[in-house]
Design a protein around this ligand. Structure first.
Ligand code: GLY
Ligand code: MN
Ligand code: MN
Length: 442
């Protein structure tokens, strides 16, 4: 049994006799007749490993023979010549290991029989409109036939709760893939530190990072690469990357590689000059200390949004008091939220097949405890605006240090540890990059 069959089996256990319909992602037009790069839906990929559009997985555990069916695009010589090979109906069956595969055009006529096998249907209605309409119509017909068939959905439930709980706890397979995605991400960051030079534009740094990702086998960046500098440093999801990096500025690079659908998500911040100024250093040391404090707290039983978040936040607040950007006491600031103009976001998020990965942050109304197998980001930051009441020397300094961490039975496993983050290590890598004529890929 492969990883995807194992996952389907586990999912079916939680379905009971219910039917589940899980659609693939759709192709989206970019301009005229060319599309954006296709990226499979993460839930669909999680259950099938199948990376083609116009596909639908139907699980019907109570069906006598077709307990799992995959509807796919049939082979088409002409279209495959232009746009790439398709697995086709036969190929998909052996690839995915379902009981039956059919051309997608047969979904409408086969759905009724599959839906009759249970009174409960799991479908999110987040598929394409044609599918939502087919499911709605076939479910209505099956329900109307209930007096004679004793089947057909009486209730329709969103499957994401079940699926996303599964995705939150990573398997050995997931962890191995995540290690690779994060390792490639880290290499992109090292290359950026080595090869960035004063006078460069933000997009040149983006190009270095993404060249490394692509040339090491990543399919794509996991999200639009963020390279900010100067006045842009405070824009959290800046993605234009068009400006010249001002002399003396920090550069914040938030970039992750996507490898086999698994996402890395790392941020490093460094001075384009190669040497942190005193003020940059002061702010950086605070954020780095908060990052380390949060990582220490990433143990099973601790809660991300309370112990971990607040532990790191206290370090940030105490640091802001030390450098005079806040006044009063740490408790007072944390209570009143006076730090929020500098901290802007919480400590981190789940990470996996999606960059902001799925899974509830709460359990029975409470923030949930970390558990072995979870992977998350730890990304404290301080963002100092150019505002009148801020001492001039601190204006436009922003720093984020983001790592990816696996929760284990014991110590946290920092997957992104090969991306340098101490001031000494960052300056050293940058200095080496400037004194040795090393190629972009060593
Ligand atoms: N790269 C987006 C984030 O860090 O959440
Ligand atoms: Mn990030
Ligand atoms: Mn992140």
């Amino acid at each position: 049994m492969n990883e995807y069959q194992r996952r389907r089996e586990q999912f079916v256990k939680s379905l009971g006799d219910a039917v589940a319909i899980i659609p693939s992602a759709v192709e989206v037009v970019r301009t005229n007749d060319s599309e954006f790069d296709f990226r499979q839906d993460s839930d669909f990929f999680f259950l099938t490993g199948f990376d083609e559009p116009s596909s639908v997985l139907v699980l019907a555990p109570a069906h006598p023979s077709v307990k799992s069916a995959l509807f796919v695009r049939p082979n088409d010589k002409e279209k495959e010549t232009w746009n790439g090979l398709r697995a086709g109906v036969e190929g998909a069956k052996s690839l995915v290991g379902v009981d039956a595969t059919y051309p997608i055009a047969e979904l409408e006529s086969r759905l009724g029989e599959l839906l009759q096998t249970s009174g409960r249907l799991y479908y999110s209605f987040t598929g394409p409109r044609w599918l939502n309409e087919q499911v709605q119509e076939r479910a209505r017909q099956a329900r109307r036939a209930r007096p004679r068939t004793d089947g057909g959905p009486l209730e329709i439930v969103d499957p994401s709760l079940l699926l996303h709980e599964m995705r939150l706890i990573k398997s050995a397979h997931d962890v191995a893939k995540m290690r690779r995605a994060v390792e490639l991400s880290a290499r992109g960051h090292v290359a950026a530190m080595r090869h960035a030079r004063p006078g460069m534009y933000e997009y040149e740094v983006e190009a270095i990072v993404e060249y490394v990702f692509a040339s090491q086998g990543a399919q794509s960046p996991a999200y639009p690469t963020i390279v900010t500098s100067g006045k842009n440093l405070r824009i959290l999801h800046y993605r234009t990357n068009r400006d010249r990096i001002p002399d003396g500025s920090l550069v914040l690079v938030d970039a992750g590689a996507e490898v086999d659908y698994y996402c890395g998500d790392i941020t490093r911040t460094w001075p384009i000059s190669g040497k942190f100024s005193a003020e940059q250093r002061a702010v950086y040391e605070i954020v780095l200390a908060a990052n380390k404090r949060a990582l220490e707290l990433c143990k099973a039983g601790q809660r991300l949004n309370t112990e971990v978040n607040d532990g790191a936040l206290r370090v940030l607040v105490e640091g802001l008091l030390d450098i005079g950007l806040l006044s009063g006491s740490a408790d007072e600031s944390m209570e009143k939220g006076t730090h929020k103009r500098f901290t802007l976001h919480r400590i981190g998020h789940w990470l996996g097949l999606d960059t902001h990965d799925v899974g509830s942050y709460r359990e029975s109304g409470e923030w949930r405890a970390l558990a072995p197998g979870m992977i998350l980001t730890i990304e404290p930051g301080l963002y100092i605006a150019d505002e009148d009441d801020i001492p001039e020397r601190f204006r436009d300094i922003s720093v984020r240090v983001e790592d990816d961490v696996l929760i284990t039975e014991g110590e946290p496993d920092v997957l992104s540890k090969t991306a340098p983050k101490s001031i000494h290590a960052v300056e050293q890598v940058m200095a080496e990059g400037r004194t040795t004529a090393q190629a972009l890929i060593a």
